[in-house]
Design a protein around this ligand. Structure first.
Ligand SMILES: Cc1cc2nc3c(=O)[nH]c(=O)nc-3n(C[C@H](O)[C@H](O)[C@H](O)COP(=O)(O)OP(=O)(O)OC[C@H]3O[C@@H](n4cnc5c(N)ncnc54)[C@H](O)[C@@H]3O)c2cc1C
Ligand code: SF4
Length: 597
């Protein structure tokens, strides 16, 4: 499938003299969903995407063998992926002082780093300043969904009404019952694999065929039952049974590529926005796409203070343009959306559009990545190998802290993502000492006998954790960059200690020999789940958006990505981002038809 050709054929010509019904800024999970829903409602939509169209299938080369690549998948020598230590020791902008011509975020260092170098941004062109933060950005059609890890989880009322449980922060202006029908729509439209567990704090989806647990994972699941904790097969945003309504996506054939590359699936069994949402939206005839279009400012009608369009820069020519619309939908990802709002200053909105509360950029939250543990499953040593490479994920261990009672040291919770089994490349090869035939025998005997997991916990939303515009530093296109003022707090540190404690406790109980235990809390940003910079709420004095992600200040402005989240929860956010965007865009289309925007 040649995606670029398909997109070129399907896209209508951009007409900058025309007033579109809506402009959507960004084409990732949020922008893709906005385009899908609004075009279904018959609205004429222009999508502005800062990045380029990539022939993602060629880019990912999911089935290429390492020996078929001249550097075995590694990036060229003039390119460098930032390491954990660099993020900690140095201050952003991280590309400054680097000898390499191209500098990328840490994800670029993962297996086969050459395959995603055109997906993530070059830090030289896209600097940021302030406190340490590992900010991963993908500027291309589909954004980060081209390489996301696809763990697709729902939030529950334990998350939406967290303040009612522990008194901290704010409740969301919605409950689970408001969003549940939209989670269902996302499940059915995009496909998700998993197993029903009936947990009130991790609601089930409408699942397709689940991923099989490996031997060690089954053993851990059984052992955890005694502790009243639940390990479930990875809930993957992947269609395992196929989707009859989407001709651009195949079902998962479990070819093992998921474990060989940074992410991405060239047959699009794993959800990505271009094949899951944007191409189907183009098939309605209602979507026009302009890539290489960096939104610089939301333009405001001087008389009404309402949004009237978007000013943008062509990333290749550097020329500036304006597009007009009756509604503007920002979906540039949590931090870029806040940046765009702060950049959009006018007489009507002197501190940035939609920012009368002063909360844009604030209440910034995400997930803390703490303890990581590896255990040896002794009864697997020397046993015949299984083929565990060919699956789009392994397991998830649901939150178990602060469900009803209260932990003495911290509030909120965390879950673990993990994996085990035999992979094409035996991960133990580099850590096994020795050489010659005895070394090879040892590597073979122990390959597949390990199980690992790492924790993801909730970082509390705090007003003081925020981003603003740097008064001096600009990006390659002359646009002011973000400056971070963001640190983990005491609650996160205490939670991280508990993650280490319970990881050991659970592996010991399951009879695994702990061979590696990292207590290290990874740098802020490492989870790639940034949230909360334009939160929803009922009070316009303390929130930016209402429950439909509509600006309190500007009724024809919507911000439909993770910036609207009131708290981070500990579950991965993308399924919630899309369910919320669907709900808000249904509302938007209804209000549009009634002439209320
Ligand atoms: C390696 C990796 C693993 C991940 N794993 C998971 C996981 O397992 N589960 C999970 O839930 N989430 C995961 N995520 C996070 C997930 O990818 C994001 O939550 C999701 O993509 C957010 O969607 P978005 O539309 O807000 O942002 P994005 O997908 O980043 O899309 C934003 C788009 O907006 C464009 N844009 C930015 N600024 C502008 C501008 N000024 N003008 C025009 N366009 C602009 C960008 O180029 C981009 O295409 C992972 C991410 C990565 C990178
Ligand atoms: S295992 Fe499935 S989802 Fe992963 S790359 Fe292969 S086909 Fe795609």
């Amino acid at each position: 499938m040649n995606l670029i050709r398909l997109i070129r054929e399907a896209s209508a010509e951009v007409d900058l003299k025309r007033t579109y019904d809506a402009i959507v800024v960004g084409s990732g999970a949020a922008g893709g969903m906005a385009a899908h829903v609004l075009t279904l409602h018959g609205m004429k939509v222009l999508m502005l995407e800062a990045g380029k169209k990539l022939d993602i299938d060629k880019e990912l080369k999911s089935t290429e063998w390492p020996y078929e690549h001249k550097r075995r998948g590694e990036m060229p020598p003039d390119s460098h992926a930032l390491s954990l230590n660099e993020y900690n020791i140095r201050q952003p902008p991280y590309a400054t002082d680097s000898k390499s011509a191209h500098v990328y975020s840490y994800v670029q260092g993962w297996g086969g780093s050459d395959y995603s170098k055109n997906i993530v941004v070059d830090e030289r062109d896209h600097p940021y300043t302030g406190t340490n933060y590992a900010w991963v950005r993908a500027r291309c059609l589909g954004g980060k969904t081209n390489i996301w890890g696809r763990l697709a989880l729902r939030l529950s009322d334990l998350d939406f009404k967290a303040k009612s449980h522990d008194g901290y922060g704010e409740n969301w202006p919605i409950s689970y019952k408001d969003i549940a029908p939209y989670y269902d729509k996302v499940d059915l439209y995009l496909g998700i694999s998993g197993v029903k567990e009936n947990l009130p704090h991790l609601p089930d989806s409408i699942f397709q065929r689940p991923i099989k647990l490996a031997h060690a994972e089954l053993k851990l699941r059984q052992s955890l039952k005694k502790m009243n904790r639940v390990l479930t097969p990875y809930r993957a945003g992947v269609t395992t049974d196929g989707l009859k309504h989407n001709k651009y996506r195949s079902r998962c054939f479990g070819r093992g590529a998921c474990n060989r590359r940074a992410g991405g699936c060239d047959i699009h069994a794993a959800f990505d926005s271009p094949t899951g949402l944007i191409l189907p939206a183009m098939d309605t005839g209602n979507l026009t796409l302009r890539t290489n279009s960096i939104a610089r400012e939301v333009i405001v009608d001087k008389k009404t203070g309402k949004a009237s369009g978007v000013a943008f820069i062509d990333s290749e020519t550097g020329k500036s343009y304006e597009a007009k619309a009756r509604v503007v939908v920002i979906a540039a990802s949590t931090l870029e959306s806040a940046r765009l709002m702060l950049l959009s200053k006018s007489n009507a909105h002197p501190t940035g559009i939609g920012n009368s509360s002063g909360h844009v950029g604030h209440n910034f939250c995400e997930h803390l990545m703490g303890s990581h543990i590896t255990g040896l499953v002794k009864d697997l040593v020397g046993k015949p190998h299984t083929l565990d490479d060919g699956k789009p994920g392994s397991f998830y261990l649901a939150r178990f802290r602060n469900l009803s009672g209260r932990h003495p040291n911290f509030i909120r919770g965390y879950g673990f993502e993990g994996s085990s089994g035999s992979s094409m490349y035996p991960g133990n090869a580099t850590s096994t000492p020795g050489f010659g035939s005895s070394y090879k025998t040892k590597v073979r005997d122990y390959a597949g006998a390990f199980i690992s997991m790492g924790a993801f916990g909730e970082v509390l939303a705090r007003y003081e954790n925020h981003v603003d515009l740097d008064p001096v530093v600009k990006d390659k296109w002359g646009v002011p960059v973000l400056r971070f003022h963001y640190k983990f707090g005491d609650n996160e540190k205490k939670m991280a200690e508990d993650m280490t404690y319970t990881a050991q406790e659970m592996f010991t109980e399951a009879g695994f020999e702990i061979v590696d235990l990292s207590r290290r809390v990874l740098t802020e940003g490492w989870s790639i789940h940034e949230l909360g910079t334009a939160r929803m709420g009922t009070d316009p004095r303390t929130s930016v958006l209402n429950q439909f992600q509509q600006s309190h200040d500007v009724k024809n402005l919507f911000v439909v990505d993770g910036s609207s989240h009131v708290s981070a929860s500990c579950q991965n956010p993308t399924w919630t981002i899309m369910a919320l965007a669907w709900r808000s865009c249904d509302y938007l289309a209804d209000q549009f038809k009634k002439g209320n925007l």
